[in-house]
Ligand binder design. Structure first.
Ligand SMILES: [Zn+2]
Length: 139
């Protein structure tokens, strides 16, 4: 078999890449940064709105628990947000959002993120509600 033919047979097709795609190919830090940039343009205590110190901000951006110096409250990046209690890492959440926008079905997305179609359905509803709330507030 000629070399070019061998390489043509070994070249991954778009289907091959799709079937192997997953959150593991994304960078957790960058995905977390993306979510934080939207959720907290200016990171502050959700209890008293005190701005974070440099040390607190660094921990906050790592999604670690932070204690407020003013009110003593503990919080993380997701505290008090609609994403509070999320049981997936940030790269899985970003992949889920991307797939929803790309028009994939709940079953396709569930295979990509390694969760159930019911979980995807619940997130689809939750994120659609958030979009309605944000659109309503903007107008
Ligand atoms: Zn506080």
């Amino acid at each position: 078999m000629p070399r070019a033919e061998k390489l043509a047979k070994r070249t991954p097709t778009s289907r091959d890449v799709f079937n192997r795609f997953g959150a593991y190919l994304l960078d957790e830090d960058r995905c977390r940064d993306l979510v934080i940039a939207n959720l907290h343009p200016v990171p502050a205590c959700p209890g008293c709105a005190t701005k974070l110190t440099w040390t607190q901000d660094a921990a906050f951006r790592q999604n670690k628990r932070v204690r407020c110096n003013e009110c003593g409250g503990f919080f993380t990046v997701l505290s008090g947000s609609p994403l509070s209690g999320m049981h997936m890492d940030f790269r899985t959440f970003v992949l889920l959002c991307f797939c929803l926008e790309a028009g994939l079905t709940n079953t396709q997305i569930s295979m990509l993120i390694g969760d159930t179609a019911d979980t995807v359905r619940a997130w689809r509803r939750k994120l659609a509600l958030l979009e309605i709330i944000q659109t309503t507030e903007a107008s």
